[in-house]
Design a binder for this molecule. Structure first.
Ligand SMILES: Cc1ncc(COP(=O)(O)O)c(C=O)c1O
Length: 449
């Protein structure tokens, strides 16, 4: 991957221009660049409304173009949609070159694991590549039920349901279960899928400061009485920051205020706890301490999809009535089989979990020693290096790419501009040498910016 430069412009001047362009863009909150507005054309001839039907005039698209065109003009390689030519594990090949890879959720190395791959292939041979309709209509395959029973066992709860997408799991579950008489409280860093679900539900939404259970206690003392159902939503490990909530405190609030508690384990399953059973194992909690256990199959479990685990009434309700399940195709058998195989490997693979945790700790400790800003990361699989601006994050990612390291910049609006970062996902497949060398290179390259 080459980093092109614009001839004739000094680097410092170029940087200044990019920064100014970014700042201009960021100041234009909401609407971005000039785009059609109803003001001024009310009552105008019908043809003038045609501008609202032009996709190139959509405000979001205009913002995107400013960003992409600006970056291209100033010689920054597009860090998105990179083309991987094979398996993306601790290493990956792109454009014929090999990179140490910190941009995949293959935390336990199960994507590419022969047992997992074999299970997926066998399921295709047995059931074909699709179930071709929703499960209530076209029927289950044994593999769906086995996966759900295995997930329920992991959480020590009654039952589980799997969906074809992790994102859709949150959207449809929250969107369907809650309504305008309800309140949903969520951590300010909660994943977009939860926010979309809340919006769909029509419930009142309040966010609380990151991991601040005392703030939740105060809000609930004040507000609980005004709502029917109240849901508090957390993540097991926060995907941008690599830290986790004090879950036992939230469990206390659950009974104190009579609210429902939901934990999204997308990044904590396979990563936390001695045997990778997630945040529940880390804190030694019971399955019933949380009402809605949610997780994705796309990360540690090397597949695709999401799940909800909990009591029978919850799971049965979703299976018969949640639109994202009822009106959407069932998970392809090969996808269910891959997740099930990974899940069944987990109890035998304590070594992988321990290695993942050790590599993450090593990354974090070395990064801190090198003076890098790793925010609140605990070193559990996700370690950000905060650069302080989207421009710097893009430049750092680009510089790392030139040195054979693949790590993704996270830019505004995914995070606030001042906490733009390059995010490192650690895998149990990384060697201690790869980690040490990467941190050293990050420190060198950051210093040059
Ligand atoms: C916390 C969290 N929840 C849900 C999702 C959505 O999962 P998926 O990508 O499997 O659809 C993600 C994705 O990264 C996530 O980080």
């Amino acid at each position: 991957m080459t980093h092109k430069t614009s001839p004739g412009l000094a680097t410092s001047m170029k940087d200044k221009l990019i920064q100014q362009a970014l700042e201009r863009r960021l100041r234009k909150t909401g609407d971005g660049a000039p785009s059609p507005s109803l003001e001024g054309i009310k009552g105008a001839p019908r043809e003038e409304f045609g501008q609202f039907c032009r996709f190139d005039q959509f405000p979001g698209y205009q913002q995107l173009r400013i960003m992409l065109d600006g970056a291209a003009r100033f010689g920054l390689a597009n860090p998105f949609f990179k083309l991987h030519e094979g398996l993306a594990g601790a290493e990956t090949v792109m454009g014929g070159s090999r990179y140490v890879n910190f941009a995949s959720y293959n935390y336990l190395g199960y994507s590419g694991h022969p047992v997992v791959a074999e299970a997926a292939k066998a399921a295709i041979d047995q059931y074909g590549t699709s179930v071709s309709a929703s499960r209530p209509v076209s029927g289950d395959r044994p593999i769906h039920r086995e996966l759900e029973q295995e997930l329920a066992r992991l959480y020590e709860v009654d039952d589980a349901i799997t969906f074809v997408s992790g994102h859709a799991t949150n959207v449809t579950t929250i969107g369907y279960l809650f309504g305008p008489r309800d309140l949903i409280l969520h951590d300010e860093l909660i994943h977009n899928s939860v926010l979309q679900g809340i919006q769909l539900s029509g419930a009142r939404r309040l966010s609380f400061a990151h991991n601040d259970w005392e703030a939740v206690d105060r809000v609930l003392s004040d507000q609980r009485q005004h709502f029917e159902r109240v849901l508090v939503v957390l993540e097991g490990i926060y995907s941008m920051d690599g830290d986790f909530p004090d879950l036992p405190r939230f469990v206390e609030l659950r009974s104190k205020h009579q609210v429902l508690l939901m934990v999204d384990e997308a990044h904590s399953l396979g990563v936390m706890g001695q045997t990778g059973k997630g945040i529940r194992e880390h804190f030694g909690l019971a399955g019933g301490d949380v009402d809605i256990w949610m997780g994705t199959l796309s990360k540690s479990l090397a597949s695709c999809g999401g799940y909800i685990a909990g009591e029978s009434a919850l799971v049965e309700h979703l299976k018969f009535l949640a639109p994202g399940f009822l009106y959407s195709v069932g998970m392809p058998p090969s996808v269910a089989a891959a997740a099930l195989a990974a899940l069944r490997c987990l109890p035998e693979d304590g070594e992988r979990v321990a290695t993942l945790q050790a590599r993450g700790r090593q990354f974090l400790e070395l990064a801190r020693d090198a003076g890098l800003d790793t925010g609140t990361s605990t070193g559990l699989a996700v370690v950000p290096v905060i650069t302080g601006s989207s421009l710097k994050a893009t430049q750092l990612s680009s510089a790392l790419s030139r040195r054979g390291i693949n790590a993704q910049p996270i830019l505004h609006p995914a995070v606030p501009e001042k906490s733009a970062r390059v995010r490192f996902f650690v895998s149990c497949l990384h060697t201690p040498e790869q980690i040490a060398e990467t941190v050293a290179i990050v420190a060198q390259e950051l210093q040059k910016l």
